[in-house]
Design a protein around this ligand. Structure first.
Ligand code: ADP
Ligand code: MG
Length: 284
């Protein structure tokens, strides 16, 4: 391989909005057959909005929004930003902690508040129906509770990027098998997958386990590309044969990847793979 031809390839990459760590990266794209896509912030915009509030009997809406919003104001998660933005006022936060892949907990106005997936709670009671209904509509159901009891379900919605479906079509044209990978629940993941034309979904995966999904696919004999944007994608991006990070994502993810898609447009991932295959063909 002549280094010059590879560098021409990387120069073209920059024009397409793809940053390549080093020319040797291109070599690893050659036999990629599977492309694993993180959902939030990669296939979707990651800009969430609060679209519905369901209260348990006797619970005050403003109180739910104040307690949940205060707790979420300390989190960087896109869901947290949506909930914090919907709070009319903030209370006093004296303790805060992330529960990896599940949510957040802390003390607000002297009360122990938990916000996140239903798995953080024992019983949802009357709220179970609201949760199921929200998820059926492809929304993320976020449970808010305090004093050890679930008090409300917040329906949060994200939107699919307008370019994602076309990107998936291009992956298929390149002979790649797309797989959607997310920590979010199965119903939400299926809805997003349906919208963009992906058949294979691996949902409810804890952040630490995303890397194991990539390893498993590799053990099955696949050459795997992974596209992600979040801190929770970094290990999987590093493990993949080719790690592609969204330029709109976190620094940790960008560092873990081999390629950066500057504009956060998934179609650039297809461009990157096509470009590198072509570049390699030139130098063979
Ligand atoms: P993804 O893989 O989709 O980027 P994460 O692994 O970051 O998602 O989170 C998995 C799930 O945990 C989210 O879909 C959400 O239901 C819940 N969750 C995580 N962090 C928070 C938070 N700060 N507030 C509410 N829910 C959260
Ligand atoms: Mg993400």
């Amino acid at each position: 391989a002549t280094p010059t031809a590879l560098l021409v390839g990387t120069g073209r990459g920059a024009q397409l909005g793809i940053l390549i760590k080093g020319p040797e990266v291109l070599e690893s794209t050659r036999r990629i057959d599977t492309i694993v896509l993180d959902k939030t912030g990669t296939v979707t915009t990651g800009r969430m909005a609060l679209v519905d509030v369901h209260l348990a009997p006797g619970v005050d809406r403003a109180e739910v929004l104040r307690l949940a919003g205060t707790l979420e104001s300390a989190s960087e998660h896109p869901i947290a930003k949506a909930i914090a933005a919907a709070a009319p006022e903030l209370g006093e936060l004296t303790e805060f902690g992330n529960v990896e892949g599940l949510g957040v907990r802390g003390v607000v106005d002297g009360r122990e508040v938990v916000v996140g997936r239903a798995a953080l709670f024992g019983e949802l009671g009357e709220l179970a129906e609201a949760k199921a209904a929200a998820e059926e509509r492809g929304r993320t159901a976020v449970v808010v509770g305090w004093g050890g009891q679930a008090r409300a379900v917040l329906a949060v919605a994200d939107t699919v990027k307008p370019t994602s479906a076309e990107a998936i079509t291009r992956f298929r044209e390149l002979g790649l098998r797309p797989v959607l990978l997310t920590g979010d629940n199965e119903a939400v993941a299926r809805e997003v997958a349906r919208e963009v034309g992906v058949d294979e979904v691996i949902a409810e995966v804890l952040p630490a386990d995303k890397v194991d999904v990539v390893k498993r696919l590799q053990d099955e004999g696949h050459r795997v590309a992974m596209v992600g944007d979040g801190v929770n994608d970094a290990a999987a991006l590093a493990q993949a044969d080719l790690g592609l990070s969204m330029g709109t994502g976190t620094d940790v993810a960008i560092e873990a990847g081999d390629l950066t898609l500057v504009r956060g447009d998934l179609r650039a991932a297809a461009d990157a793979i096509r470009l590198s295959r072509r570049t390699l063909a030139t130098i063979k």
